[in-house]
Design a protein around this ligand. Sequence first.
Ligand SMILES: Cc1ncc(COP(=O)(O)O)c(C=O)c1O
Length: 407
Amino acid sequence: MNPIELETRYCAGNYAPLPVVLARGQGAHLWDVAGRRYVDMMSAYSAASHGHGHPRILATLAAQAQRLAVPSRAYYTDRLGSFLAELCRLTGLDAALPMNTGAEAVETAIKAARRWGYRIKGVGRDRAEIIVADGNFHGRTTTIIGFSSEPDYRDGFGPFTPGFRAVPFGDLAAMERAMTPDTVAVLIEPIQGEAGIILPPKGWLTGVRRLCDAHNVLLILDEVQSGLGRTGAWFAFQHEAMRPDGLVLGKALGGGVLPVSAFVARREVMEVFTPGSHGSTFGGNPLAAAVGLEALRIIEDERLVERSRVLGDHLLERLQAIRSPLLTEVRGRGLWAGAAIDPAHATARLVCERLLAKGVLSKETHDTVVRLAPPLVIARDDLDWALDRFIEVLRELEHGRRDPVAA
Ligand SMILES: Cc1ncc(COP(=O)(O)O)c(C=O)c1O
């Protein structure tokens, strides 16, 4: 069996991969098993923001793996503290709880918010409520999918955890109406990634901050995808003059090689955790901590935040200049763009398949949005080359529709 047949035969069918078998990566390029080179315009949903096989990440990974990898947090290590200190410095928050995947860090935030609600705010036992946004994506655990507004994510997986209330994303008045004395937290993405790179109205985040302050409610931002330079700022919340009480980070924190995530928060929030109240065998292991710290340092040393802002402006400018009946909207910030495709003309999947055939790797989100989110290290020429291919695909599909033979 070839790799596609093998994977199809032995792997659960919970993904629908594009038909390419990848074998190697370097920077913003990936190669398939036949040696064909592709420009990566997806960067593993931001997990490969540093590019594939970053030499400093690989060196740190190898050196730390040889020293000490996973002793568990039953002991202190000489790596965890400095990693978390750097996370606190960069976020302006006080303490961090290390986990592995994004969903685990979101679960950590939910536990922190609930316990804070009971122990600090004084909410009655088991009455805590968390406000979330329609269109949210925070991961795939049973609790998290329970407050998803996407039927496919929920179907067949109930019963779900109570204690969540959804309001329209970007609607401040609806959020205020949803607040009750039992509300302990608002949990939102500052820009919704999986929903299709949806930006809220300007000033919304500061408005949410004000609401949370007025109602003694924690504001928790999930920046698993938007954080660490993706939007042209270290964190998307920095585009507005506000700071959350808790911040969820993941993906790029692992430098493209490991799952590394963290919940970072104000001290009062983090202090609700006591020994035994939360944990993870792998969370905070010295291998992850060493890689995580190096991942943060690289973003700083290579000025990847600024790079994302400058190249991101260029990406958006070029996308916005495209005149095509297929393209209904372009949204984005930094090196993170969503191109909405008119379903009357083509699915986003078809566009991604055509891009693949031309040597560009992207991935649709839902049926209508092509996500363009290259590694932050991408060269301007590679970005332009990939955009030229995107324009070509749009043109070809326009033609295909007019030409009954091709259609
Ligand atoms: C905003 C956000 N939160 C959480 C997650 C879940 O992260 P993971 O897949 O590492 O559990 C994702 C993944 O796409 C995400 O985009």
